[in-house]
Structures are given as C-alpha cells and as structure tokens.
Design a protein around this ligand. Sequence first.
Ligand SMILES: C[S@@+](CC[C@H](N)C(=O)[O-])C[C@H]1O[C@@H](n2cnc3c(N)ncnc32)[C@H](O)[C@@H]1O
Length: 215
Amino acid sequence: MEPAFWQQRWADNQIGFHQAQVNPYLQQYWPQLQLAPGSRVLVPLCGKSLDLAWLAGQGHRVLGVELSRQAVQAFFHEHGLVPQVTQQGAFEVWCSGDVALWCGDFFALRAEDVADCVALYDRAALIALPPEMRANYMRLLSQVLPAGAGLLVTLDYQQELLAGPPFSVADDEVRRGFAGWQVEALDAREVISESPKFLQAGVTSLVERVYRVTF
Ligand SMILES: C[S@@+](CC[C@H](N)C(=O)[O-])C[C@H]1O[C@@H](n2cnc3c(N)ncnc32)[C@H](O)[C@@H]1O
C-alpha cells in the first residue's frame, strides 16, 4: 500500500482497524515475555492504538512508527498529552513521557534508531502490507533489531475472496520471513462469526494467530 492510501484512510476517518479497547492478546500474552522494567518496545505501523499507552503503563518506553501525522497528533490529543516535536533523520518525532511516536515511513528506519529496542509488538502491521512489502518489512526488522522478544498478531483467511488490507498472512510466511528468529505460535482463534465483512465476502474461516518471536 502506498503512503497516499493510508493518508487518505486517516483523512476520511476510515480507520476500522482502530480498536476501542486495548488488544486482549496483548494483555494476556505480554507478561510471558518477561521483559525488564523500562525496556523499550518498537511498535511498527502503530496508528493511534491504545496499546501504545498500555505498554507505557506497564513501565515500558515505547517507540511507535506511523506514517500519518493525523494519527500521531490524535494519539497525544486523545490522551490529554502535549508532545514535544523534534526531527530525527527522516522522521518527525513526537514525544511525551515514555511514548515517542516517529512520524514517517517505517522503511526509512535504521539500526541506530532502534538500537535499544529489545521488544517488538505488531498488531495489524504485517497484515496491513501486501506480499512484497511484507517480505521487506520482515527483512528490515530482522536486520535492525538487536536481541529481544515480541508478540505478533496475524490473520489467515482465503485471500482470493477479499482484497486486503487486512491481508492474509499464513503461518509458513511468518516462519519464512523471520527465518533467523524463533517463532512460536501461542494462540489461534477462529473469529469468522464475529466478522460480518468477511462473512459477506463468502470467507468461511478467519483465524487470528498470536506468535511469540525471539530475536
Ligand atoms: C491497519 S493500521 C494498524 C494500526 C495499529 N497497529 C493498530 O493496531 O491500530 C496500519 C497503520 O500503518 C500505517 N502505515 C502504513 N504504511 C506505513 C509505513 N510505510 N510506515 C509507517 N506507517 C505506515 C497506516 O497509516 C496505519 O495507521
């Protein structure tokens, strides 16, 4: 998806991906990662997710990366925070307390930017990207992140019945893309009955998977 696609989604307020609650998988499985207090979490393609604030509430420093300035601005506004804005290479960095949102293209991220990120949280980031971009996304993460652990949430369905995003990402694609990492499936849930858009398109199975990745 080109940047203009996402900018338009935010401009039109077509943000059905945004969750009004903190992601339940995050709350359930994050403690299993047993991360040290204060450790920094990278949240790629973060939108204005409430998960960012939840992670900060767990004592983490959070580095979110988001293309849309509107999304970044909305995050701080909706949490009653007044961010400081600075420039860091290709990114505009909006920062308040333990949350720093880097506004710009995730693919411009360099190893030195995430040198102290020992955790990763991906919900609706990998699955927001078409196949070639997903391969680049997984390659970049594998290249730039130092040792650490994270959670990844994916969707798996009959892609031919519906155009993404969200895109279907099969288990083997995750394992191939993160070949140098340890990838462990923690959960898999059939959610088709709660997904009218997919039901209407004739999709018969929509599986949400949660992975623990160790890198
Ligand atoms: C499906 S949304 C998910 C947002 C968030 N993870 C959540 O759970 O609400 C994908 C987000 O990625 C952003 N995005 C897409 N391509 C990007 C890129 N190349 N760099 C940074 N952000 C990007 C979009 O603007 C959008 O907010």
